[in-house]
Design a protein around this ligand. Structure first.
Ligand code: BDR
Ligand code: CA
Length: 312
């Protein structure tokens, strides 16, 4: 039975690849909807990009919603320096023709969790946690109905990418992340510690291009664009495909390893705001609230991604 999921996202090239991976994997995941959030770029662009990606996948039947346009209490911080002005810079993209749903994204999350049997819907946040935390705050009754939350965010050994201490998704809305971490849900975190090992290489990007399809070409051009930033910054061979790790974990959890630990979010300090303080070494007795992934079989991950994207 495929897992029912809601993808909560701020596309973003790596978000786009995650959506494509999910929509190509109907035997593993059933995408109930895609909800956009402000993050890498402002909401009007992330919801637009989500529709472009669903159309590229040939899946105009996937409902796309717009969620929150700014973090819970802070001004929005964006990442055009990584993703470009549109969030999906790289290839020339068509305008989307499929409509945005009239219902708000937060209402969709609430309504879906109330409608579906308890414990059957998994939330997959690929951006700041604003929509999820807002839904939990507005409708606390849904929290106990969530099957699990599998999210990309945070870091422990890698520490930060947007500041020396914080990873982007958590940094943008630390109050939202704090609410989610304290929700009591079954949480799995794909932090930079894992995603920085899921690096594109020339051979891996060439494999996308060699598919000879529209999707293969787009994914190759997106990764080509997205790579330049990380290559320059880290001196790495390619760029991390952060967000597809969330979907890959749902399909092949055996490709990943981690520890069930306590994870808390710094919300107060100006210096370390958004830091994910993971008790990896078990040096406190704070309650364990998340599985924090530390490693990924990168070859296995790219083999899975390439096999699934080749279905388009
Ligand atoms: C995360 O931030 C965004 O730039 C990416 O899409 C990913 O979700 C990595 O820190
Ligand atoms: Ca993202």
């Amino acid at each position: 039975m495929p897992k029912k999921i809601i993808i909560d996202t701020d596309p973003g090239q790596d978000d786009a690849v995650a959506i494509l991976l999910a929509l190509a994997s109907p035997e593993d995941v059933e995408v109930l909807g895609v909800v956009a959030v402000a993050g890498n770029v402002p909401l009007p662009l992330t919801e637009r990009n989500a529709r472009i990606v669903c159309e590229l996948a040939g899946r105009t039947d996937t409902p796309v919603y717009a969620g929150c346009d700014k973090p819970m209490i802070r001004p929005l911080v964006t990442a055009e320096h990584v993703h470009g002005k549109t969030g999906l810079d790289g290839p020339q993209l068509p305008d989307p023709t499929m409509p945005l749903q009239a219902q708000g994204g937060v209402d969709f999350i609430i309504e879906t969790l109330r409608r579906e049997p308890p414990g059957t819907v998994t939330l997959c946040p690929l951006g700041p946690l604003t929509n999820i935390a807002t839904a939990f705050t507005e409708a606390p009754d849904i929290v106990g109905r969530v099957a699990g939350i599998v999210l990309m965010g945070g870091a422990y050994f890698e520490v930060g990418n947007i500041t020396p201490a914080a990873e982007f998704n958590i940094y943008v809305d630390p109050e939202a992340a704090d609410i989610v971490m304290k929700s009591g849900c079954n949480i799995t975190i794909l932090p930079l510690d894992a995603t920085h090992k899921a690096l594109t290489t020339r051979a891996r990007v060439d494999a996308f291009r060699a598919m000879g399809t529209e999707v293969g070409r787009m994914v190759a051009e997106w990764t080509d664009f997205f790579e330049r930033f990380d290559k320059e910054k880290y001196g790495s061979e390619g760029a991390p495909l952060h967000d597809p790790c969330v979907i890959a974990w749902l399909i092949r959890p055996d490709l990943f390893s981690g520890r069930h630990v306590n994870v808390e979010i710094e919300t107060v300090s100006d210096l370390t705001r958004g830091m994910t303080v993971a008790d990896w070494w078990g040096v406190t007795d704070r309650p364990k609230n998340a599985t924090f992934i530390g490693d990924v079989d990168a070859d296995g991950f790219f083999a899975l991604l390439t096999e699934r994207l080749a279905r388009y």
